[in-house]
Design a protein. Structure first.
Ligand SMILES: [Zn+2]
Ligand SMILES: [Zn+2]
Length: 115
C-alpha cells in the first residue's frame, strides 16, 4: 500500500486511527505492507509498531483480520469467504425449494340479513 501525501499538507493522525493506519501515515510518503483477510477479504494494514500476534487461521492457512480472529477464537471454525458464499447459496437453494405455506382458508362469516 502506498499513500503519497507529498503534494498535500497531510492528514491528521486523528483521522487515520479510524482507518486503522498508524500515526504519521498521512504525512509524506508512507508505505506499508498489507494483507488480505482470508475470511472477509478485508485489506489489513500491517502496523509496524504492533507486537501482538495477528490472526492466523489453520483451517485455510491464511492470515485473517482481528474481527475474524475473534470469531475464529470463539468458534474454532474456519469461515472463509468461499464457505460463506457456499452457505449463502445453500440457504438460497433451500429457500427456493421450500414450498409456499399452504393458504389458510379463512372462514368468512357471511352477514345475514334479516328482513
Ligand atoms: Zn476478516
Ligand atoms: Zn480460515
Amino acid at each position: 500500500m502506498l499513500i503519497d501525501n507529498r503534494e498535500s499538507p497531510g492528514v491528521e493522525d486523528a483521522a487515520l486511527a479510524p482507518l486503522g493506519l498508524p500515526s504519521g501515515a498521512g504525512r509524506g510518503l508512507f508505505e506499508s505492507a498489507t494483507y488480505t483477510c482470508s475470511h472477509c477479504n478485508a485489506v489489513v494494514v500491517m502496523e509496524p509498531k504492533r507486537t501482538r500476534a495477528r490472526g492466523f487461521c489453520l483451517g485455510c492457512g491464511q492470515q485473517i483480520c482481528d474481527g475474524c480472529e475473534y470469531i475464529r477464537a470463539r468458534t474454532l471454525a474456519c469461515r472463509s469467504m468461499d464457505q460463506r458464499i457456499t452457505e449463502l447459496q445453500e440457504r438460497d437453494a433451500v429457500k427456493q425449494t421450500d414450498p409456499d405455506p399452504p393458504l389458510t382458508l379463512l372462514h368468512q362469516d357471511t352477514e345475514t340479513t334479516h328482513g
